[in-house]
Design a protein around this ligand. Sequence first.
Ligand SMILES: Cc1cc2nc3c(=O)[nH]c(=O)nc-3n(C[C@H](O)[C@H](O)[C@H](O)COP(=O)(O)OP(=O)(O)OC[C@H]3O[C@@H](n4cnc5c(N)ncnc54)[C@H](O)[C@@H]3O)c2cc1C
Ligand code: FES
Length: 253
Amino acid sequence: MARDCEARLVSRERLTEDAADLRFELAQAAGLTPKPGQFAHMEAPGVFLRRPVSIAGFDPAENTARFIVRAAGKGTRSIAALDPGETIKILMPLGNPFPTVSPGGDIWLVGGGLGVAPLMYLARVLSETARGLKSFLGFGDRKSVFGAAEMGGLSEMTLDVGGLVTDRVSEALISKRPDAVFSCGPKPMMGTLKKICAARGVPLYVSLEEHMGCGVGACLVCACAVRAPGGTAGYKRVCRDGPVFDAREVALP
Ligand SMILES: Cc1cc2nc3c(=O)[nH]c(=O)nc-3n(C[C@H](O)[C@H](O)[C@H](O)COP(=O)(O)OP(=O)(O)OC[C@H]3O[C@@H](n4cnc5c(N)ncnc54)[C@H](O)[C@@H]3O)c2cc1C
Ligand code: FES
């Protein structure tokens, strides 16, 4: 059950030119159990609507939640510019997480750019149970890279800078077939991944991003096109029915 928490920024670390690693202490965190893939709807000072941000970590012992925020526009800019000690409201956890996998499985994570953020939390959780946890991280250029050291410590990591991370996944798939692939990143990247995984019969789950209004399923701003297994086309809400979907269900370029 999501809770609207009073959240005090306890640390802000600059990761890249425009992205920051933010940790908030949540006043009402007791009993919260966010799962990797879920997101928070964060108040952005001076901006009317809240902004959705993936949960990049959660520490129940310290009641802290972690977010990687890239200053893309006025909302994320005002969140990334918060100073330690400042307080905002954060509604979390929202949406459906990545599916639970049986312990001992071979799981691969594929992240592109900011899409690496939710995979950092997922890698931390899966590193305790997955047998062969691999991660493939792709960034457009060297100055956008973040999280590589952390992901390298939690998984067998491949880093691609300036190329196509999906090429690295294709190469790895020649000799190995994981039990599932979990991904977050630009839609074209996930579209290519969908084709690659389908060709090898590997289940793929993707986390989608859409513009959001309410964040809780009421306004339909975040609708995305879906296709049921029987072929029926329709729409689903990324905030309530996602953001994580079975890739077979969603339209990707
Ligand atoms: C489920 C989910 C998880 C997300 N996780 C993160 C995260 O961990 N870290 C992070 O920094 N951002 C994340 N985002 C994206 C973030 O919410 C948007 O960048 C933000 O809403 C843009 O608001 P703004 O006011 O900063 O920019 P605006 O001024 O509103 O827009 C700036 C630019 O960003 C584009 N934009 C706006 N919203 C989105 C969106 N939802 N997806 C893609 N482009 C958008 C606009 O078209 C415009 O080009 C996530 C979005 C979703 C839906
Ligand atoms: S943002 Fe309102 S229904 Fe999804």
